[in-house]
Design a protein around this ligand. Structure first.
Ligand code: ZN
Length: 297
């Protein structure tokens, strides 16, 4: 008997629901815009209810935008906590699904989910110490150490590490409402748009924005490499579709570390050390399915 797993990629702008067991085994999929919690979670539940006889599920995985409560002992486990996204603060995401499905529900951040998907099927296979950083409207990061996704008090918030800014080179103060010039404040798609008064995806290939962007990403990676000592770093998200960023980021990371971290993975093989997601833009929903498979173990 084949086994069926449900995945919900719960993003701030869109939700993707799917049933399957891997990249080549997606049996049903639906995507819709993120509106109110009741409407969006209702559509998600309806999707799985529609297929409940055809594809009876072992488990469901939810890879959610955050911040979220991952503490199993907490009264608000499974909630999105305080988010600037209107209507979604204190939203019980897991409860909305578990009310209808008495099966294991896996729940983690969207980035941890994507990392788990990459570990199972993509660019992090057999790499048990790895980081996945997504650079889009915002910036988030997931970490795996010894094959386990890193949680803690809450979950990593890699987008909010502080960076150095040369105020003559970059007068833009940063857009993070909490920190100004943190990584997200300086290098997210939102920051790029505010700095240049132009959407990131409309900036020319050789626009100076990309040199500056690579500089900030490299500063962030320098910190993450020193703190986590990852064996590989995956950079995803809409901004990283600008493929010219990869060689610039790699070069700047090498220059910034200045041969301090002595390992061939960095010094000789930086092209396979800092890489795009192996699952491309399907990392999110496949990550949710990977969370489901883990919850069913
Ligand atoms: Zn911040």
């Amino acid at each position: 008997m084949p086994k069926y797993y449900g995945g919900i990629e719960a993003g701030g702008t869109k939700f993707v629901c799917a049933i399957g067991s891997g990249p080549d085994e997606i049996l049903a999929e639906n995507r819709f815009s993120t509106t109110s919690p009741s409407e969006t979670l209702g559509k998600s539940v309806d999707f799985f209810l529609h297929y409940k006889d055809e594809f009876p599920l072992e488990s469901i995985g939810i890879a959610s935008f955050g911040p979220i409560d991952l503490n199993l002992d907490s009264a608000t486990y499974g909630f999105i906590t305080k988010t600037p996204k209107s209507g979604w603060s204190d939203c019980d995401v897991v409860g909305a699904v578990s009310k209808y499905f008495k099966i294991p529900i896996g729940f983690d951040t969207d980035v941890n989910g994507a990392l788990l998907g990459e570990y199972r099927w993509g660019a992090a296979q057999n790499i048990s110490n790895c980081i996945y950083l997504t650079i889009g409207t915002g910036i988030g990061g997931g970490a795996m150490a010894g094959g386990n996704l890193v949680h803690g008090l809450v979950h990593p918030e890699m987008g909010h590490i502080r960076l150095q800014r040369d105020i003559e080179l970059d007068p833009f103060e940063g857009c993070c409402p909490f920190h100004g010039s943190c990584l997200e404040g300086l290098a997210s798609g939102t920051a790029i748009e505010r700095r240049w008064n132009q959407r990131a995806d409309t900036l020319e290939f050789d626009h100076p924005a990309w040199e500056l962007e690579a500089e900030y990403i490299a500063q962030g990676l320098h910190i993450l490499i020193c703190v986590f000592s990852p064996q590989r770093i995956i950079l995803g998200g809409g901004i990283m579709n600008q493929s010219q960023l990869f060689p610039k980021v790699r070069e700047k990371v090498l220059s910034s570390l200045n041969e301090y971290v002595k390992h061939d993975a960095i010094l000789e093989n930086i092209d396979t050390y800092i890489v795009p997601p192996g699952l491309g833009n399907r990392a999110g929903v496949l990550g949710a399915i990977a969370l489901a498979m883990k919850a069913a173990e």
